[in-house]
Design a protein around this ligand. Structure first.
Ligand code: G5P
Ligand code: MG
Length: 214
C-alpha cells in the first residue's frame, strides 16, 4: 500500500510553500489537488470543465471527481516508490475515508493561522506556471528578484483567478465548514496530527521538519 503524509490548512496557510521545503529534505512526490485541478482547467479537460465553476465560487469540487484524481496520481509508480505528500487533500471526511482505503497516512501536519494573517498572503501571491514556485509581492523575502518574473526560469508570473477578496471570503467559509471534521477524523488516530505555527513555517529548520515528520 502506498504511504504518505498530509498537509492541512486554510487557504493561503502556506501548504504549497511548506511542501517545497519538505521536498528538499524528503524526496517524496508532491500532490496538490488545487494544482492538478488548475492544470485540468488550463487544458480544458472534462475534469477541468466540471471543476471550474466550483473553484471560481470558492466551493469544494465534488468528492467523486477529486478522489478519482488523487487515487490515480498516488497509484503511479513514483508515488508508490518514494511516498507522497498531499497538499489540499483530504478536505472532507469522505475524502479522508476514501484515502484510507488506498494508502497509509503516517502524519498529518496542520498549519494553524488566523484569518487576518491570510488576506495579504492571498492577494499578494504570484506563482510560476512553469515550475510552480510561489512568491508574495507584499513580503520582501518572498518577492521575485525581477518584478513579475520567476527567479528559476524567467517565466512570467501569474495571479490565480480565485485570489481576490470576494473568493477568499468564500474559500475561508468553506474551510471553516469542513476543517474541524477532518481534523477530528485524524485526531482519533493516535499521534497522527502535528500542529505547526503558520506564521513561521517558512522558517522551520531541517531539524524541526524532521521532528514534525518523525
Ligand atoms: P487549493 O489550490 O488547494 P487553498 O485555498 O487550499 O487552495 P492555497 O491558496 O493554495 O490553498 P497554500 O498552498 O496553503 O494556499 O499557501 P501558499 O501558496 O504556500 O502560500 C500563500 C502565500 O503566502 C504565498 O504568497 C506565500 O509566498 C506566502 N507564504 C507562505 N508561507 C509563508 C510564511 O511562513 N510566512 C509568510 N509571511 N508568508 C508565507 O484549492 C483551490 C480550489 O481547488 C478546489 C477548491 O475549489 C479550492 O477552493 N480544491 C478542492 N475541492 C475539493 N476537494 C479538494 N481536496 C480540493 N482541493 C482543491
Ligand atoms: Mg496551495
Amino acid at each position: 500500500m502506498a504511504r504518505g503524509i498530509v498537509l492541512f490548512g486554510a487557504p493561503g496557510a502556506g501548504k504549497g510553500t511548506l511542501a517545497d521545503k519538505i521536498k528538499k529534505v524528503f524526496p517524496v512526490v508532491h500532490v496538490s489537488t488545487g494544482d492538478l485541478l488548475r492544470e485540468n482547467v488550463r487544458r480544458g479537460t472534462e475534469v477541468g470543465k466540471k471543476a471550474k465553476g466550483f473553484m471560481d465560487q470558492g466551493k469544494l469540487v465534488p468528492d467523486d471527481i477529486v478522489i478519482a484524481m488523487v487515487r490515480e496520481r498516488i497509484g503511479k509508480d513514483d508515488a508508490r516508490k518514494s511516498g507522497f505528500m498531499l497538499d489540499g487533500f483530504p478536505r472532507t471526511v469522505e475524502q479522508a475515508q476514501a484515502l484510507d482505503k488506498v494508502a497509509r497516512i503516517d502524519a498529518v501536519l496542520v498549519i494553524d493561522i488566523k484569518k487576518e494573517d491570510l488576506r495579504k498572503r492571498i492577494l499578494g501571491r504570484r506563482s510560476c506556471t512553469k515550475c510552480g514556485k510561489i512568491y508574495n509581492i507584499y513580503n520582501e523575502r518572498l518577492r521575485p528578484k525581477r518584478e513579475g518574473f520567476c527567479d528559476n526560469d524567467g517565466t512570467k508570473l501569474m495571479q490565480r483567478d480565485d485570489d481576490n477578496e470576494d473568493t477568499f471570503e468564500k474559500r475561508w467559509n468553506t474551510y471553516l465548514g469542513q476543517s474541524e471534521h477532518v481534523i477530528d477524523y485524524y485526531s482519533k488516530k493516535a499521534g497522527l496530527v502535528r500542529r505547526l505555527d503558520g506564521t513561521r513555517t517558512m522558517d522551520l529548520s531541517e531539524e524541526e521538519l524532521r521532528k514534525a515528520l518523525s
